[in-house]
Unconditional design. Sequence first.
Length: 344
Amino acid sequence: MKPTIRDVAKEAGVSPSTVSRVLTKSAYVAEDKEKRVLEAIEKLNFRPNVVARSLRLKTTNTVGLLIPDITNPFFPEVAKGVEDVAHEKGYNIMLCNTENDDKKEKNYVELLKGRQVDGLIIAKAGEEFKHLQETIKSGVPISFIDRPVDVSGADQIISDNIQGMKLAVEKLYSLGHTKIGLISGPQDLHIVNERNIGFQKAMSNLELEINSDWLFSEKFSVNGGRNAAMKLLKQDNHPTAIICSSDVLAIGFIDSLIEAGFAVPEYMSVIGFDDISFTKYLRPKLTTIRQAKYEMGAKAFEMLLARINDKEINPKKIILDVEIKERETVTNPRKENFQKASIS
């Protein structure tokens, strides 16, 4: 016969309500009592009836996390922040990879609603918002992360994309660069629009000309960076520096430049955006704009939990600071007679 909460309470010498508070982490329990309860749970091999508890409390202690690209190292770092805080608060995470597809995102949202999740944390796939606005109106709490959205009734936590681009342009200008290009992401994303605006404003403030031949729009991927490099290298006139709207774009771009015999940063300086974990181990190490990825995920769950507990609170929008991490892919502009590097 399976042990019950009453069996655990008897073994620990506490009341059943104390055992319940330990299991749900819903209220303070003295350290010695909590220890006795946990020891009793382990001794009796007690497993709470999650389904019965969910029906009784009308909660599943489960949250859906939708991210647009699991292969982009940026998002696992955000997801770790979400999961760590969720675990601490007694919640489980259901992870869904939407592959930047609005239709797939919509299907996942309906699936998670059917599973009675307590809330959703979403990095938006595209620019279709109707299904999410309807989800919010139905009473499902949502926190949006990373990608700015145009919806009401939900919390948002994003990075200061405009400031990030400003930092990148100003760093290059301080080194003497005036011929600066940009590789951005898909133009239908708000986050790309913000970074484009940041680039344009920073160039304008420094009275630098923007050459349309040096502006590229690619998918946020290594192959996207390679595609941009191939397009650029077909031109006769090259910039002395390129800013990439993500680190994966920068990785692909640098790889293609070096394969073609152009040294980084000697021929062209490159700055990324994200500071994903392994960029500091690349050769050359990538200079990039650091986003607070883990903090973004952790704070997103805290905001969602607050809304789960009180759906009447006013929506919040948090913009996280960014900073430039200068490493090895930026230097002074090349001289006019600069020669390609020899590749062995």
